[in-house]
Design a protein around this ligand. Sequence first.
Ligand code: ATP
Ligand code: MG
Length: 569
Amino acid sequence: MKRYARMSQLYAPTLKEDPAEAELASHRLLLRAGMIRKTAAGLYSYLPLAWRSLGKIKSVIRDEMEGIGAQEVQVPMIVPGEIWQESGRWDVYGPELLRLKDRHGRDFVVGPTHEETFVDLVRDELRSYRQLPVTIYQIQDKFRDEMRPRFGLMRGREFIMKDAYSFDATVEGMQRSYEEEKAAYARICERCGLRALPVVADSGQIGGDTSVEYMALAEAGEAELVWCDCGFAADVEAACARIAVEEGPGTDCERIETPCEGSIAALAAFLSVTERACRKSLALIAEDGTPVLCLLPGDHELNEVKAAHAFGRYDVMDEEQMAEYALVKGYMGPIGADGRVRVVADVSLKGSQSWLIGANEEGWHIKGARPGRDFEVCEWVDLASAEEGDGCPQCGKPLRGARGIEVSQVFQLGTTYSEAMGATFMDEDGVERPFQMGCYGIGVSRMLAAVVEQHHDEHGIAFPVCVAPYEVEVVPLDTEGEIWDVADRVAHELVDLGVEVCVDDREERPGVKFNDADLMGFPYQIVCGRRGIRNGVVEVKDRSTGAREDVAIGDVATVVAERVISQRR
Ligand code: ATP
Ligand code: MG
């Protein structure tokens, strides 16, 4: 028989004060609401409330996986070292990999991800194309010895992941499996109440994407994104935005005295032009030793990832090196620089005719400089970090900026693992071929943290129904007499209607109960107090909107149950 939970018995040790070590809202609130406790750095115990929420996330995942025909399995967390040697990852995986030996001295790893295990699992069983495609998945703890475990569940060392692996006979088949998983992942985020964007992590050679990360939008996110209503979204590292060029003043190449500080902001203010109309110069030494001068729109930053793409492991020039190449800090430019310096400009500047650049002399700039006439640009490269307001590469509309938490990632792997591990099947023509694989991961515990990041206020968590530990909290302001009888009856009626209810049966002051109710953030609160009951009503509070209304005692269970059930998704 279903029962309601009693707050007095709930193992949810709440904290009155903010824990000092918690920077992020999710970390702070999950600790304060008594949902998680730290065992050691990056190792957390999930207490009953968190475990219930995680259970709901897992059921959404299972439901969506079933919808696309993926089958759940469970493989050991501990993986024999030999198969990691076979795949080649034994030698290349960094210190995040926890390696151990058993009593016989055999090598093992605690799985940070399980490609090897799954390939090993199917390679002797799936022998013919007729048995394909197959997608199998598990929901299990992973271990990664992260250098900086932090932010509670956001970046743990042991964390819960759902990992799926697809095995197909052909590239087209793999792409189909990938698209299905990708679509399911979008629905999983949506059903768990997460606003997330699919961000292309890697573009395929034939077009289309081969890896997408779902980024839950949140201030606390580690990733910096730009996105557009047309559906485009990318990490600033990967986005090639359309940056509208602004020309500098004048068209004749002319030296001008600029007795201002050697920064773009000071120069722009001194000449009354925008920062974008100036050209920013940055001096680097490329990996192969070539001195490089990068020219960018004055208001944009050099993107380190793009720069590394273009120049390898580069260094920023020090003053001594600048002097060697006749470059003057704060007043750098291509004109007057040593002939060995390779001038590389951001691709957005191509076609610009009037450049305001440094003159390589303290206190002097050059205006109206034109590439091709007054100096040479060796190469036009995408170097600038995309920013909010730049043009969307797909539709041209202004991009919007956001930060994101990576909650999941899908990959087309192709035959990388199957070839390395000799996992083959017989195709229609009797030829042995390696499986075409995809792999798909969701950070289940990180997802709970992301939900809290998106659904909280200064008083606590405001869970969406689909992920809430309980759907309704009944708050009687007395634990005996008429008030208790009403609360107990309403709670029973709700349970009979299939709603998950917790009753705050503690002998605490109303203020304490209200604060804890707001902190734990169950979606609806039903407050049973003397004055209301005298008028035949109780108060229903919607935790996320804060809206309160009086509802007749006889109706409240059906009214609230209807709202809850309609939001279950
Ligand atoms: P990150 O870039 O954040 O380190 P990742 O790209 O290395 O993550 P994947 O290998 O793609 O992670 O793993 C799949 C999912 O597992 C991630 O999308 C993320 O949600 C989750 N995840 C990865 N590392 C952690 C961690 N240390 N703690 C909690 N969740 C994690
Ligand atoms: Mg990832």
